[in-house]
Design a protein around this ligand. Structure first.
Ligand SMILES: [Zn+2]
Length: 248
């Protein structure tokens, strides 16, 4: 069976002499894996359409074990050159997050659109780290892991703003009230009010708007640490690109 869909290449590995197995996050079918035969030959009819972070229209043949790429038409190549190493690293990290947090053949058009938007604005923004972290919180929200910031995630009572910040549980998925912390003080971290306000703001602000802002390095650290821990908890294991991004 042949099928046609738009998709973004989120991963690819070389296979055999001249082939590639691409992981494509498609608009209509979610994540699919497809074999691109002969793609590494210089005169391949696929051109650069199977490069990572390429948005293309794919004509795919559904096979018994793995699908095969039949035709491609590039919509947009995000980061086609290696000039912007740092932005490329953040973009690859976004692609990897989508790969890690999704199952094959589970369509999610909102997530597809979000990936496309973040790749677009990563090219323009002055703060790729802030934009990538914001993307991560939006993915968390789309996939239904959004933490609770207004109600205690253990007892469900309203949590009032405290001058000293709050307590956040990665495992329980949100803020814990003073009362619950005093009863059981396992599995939480202290967080600042700045963090709470920032994540709440990110969740309601479009990436296009966030891409015009920057935040100072000193203030992004807490956000970065908790975001990665929270996502890693949901992805079960850490992301391998993190080790590189930590040094930027
Ligand atoms: Zn509580």
């Amino acid at each position: 069976m042949l099928y046609r869909t738009e998709g973004i290449v989120i991963k690819n590995i070389e296979y055999g002499e001249a082939d590639k197995i691409a992981t494509i996050y498609t608009k209509d079918y979610g994540k699919v894996q497809a074999m691109a035969k002969g793609v590494r030959k210089t005169k391949s009819r696929f051109g650069s359409s199977l490069e990572i972070l390429t948005d293309a229209i794919f004509l795919l043949y559904q096979g018994r074990n793995i699908d095969t790429v039949s035709q491609t038409e590039i919509v947009e190549s995000f980061f086609p050159t290696s000039k912007e190493v740092i932005k490329f690293a953040f973009a690859t990290h976004c692609a990897e997050i989508v790969n890690k947090l999704t199952e094959e053949r589970e369509a999610n058009i909102t997530l597809f659109n979000l990936l496309k938007i973040v790749l677009h604005y990563l090219r323009e923004t002055k703060d790729p780290k802030l934009l990538t972290l914001s993307f991560q919180w939006k993915v968390i929200s789309i996939l239904g892991y959004k933490p609770s910031f207004d109600l205690c995630c253990r007892c469900n009572k309203g949590v009032e703003d405290q001058k000293i910040g709050g307590y956040f549980s990665i495992k329980d998925g949100g803020i814990i009230c003073q009362n619950c912390v005093s009863k059981d003080n396992r599995d939480y971290r202290q967080i600042s009010n700045y963090f709470i306000r920032l994540v709440k703001k990110i969740l309601i602000t479009p990436l296009a708007t966030i891409s015009k802002h920057t935040i100072p390095q000193g203030r992004v650290e807490e956000l970065e640490e908790i975001t990665e821990l929270y996502l890693a908890y949901h992805a079960e294991k850490g992301f391998k690109t993190n080790d590189f991004l930590k040094y930027l």
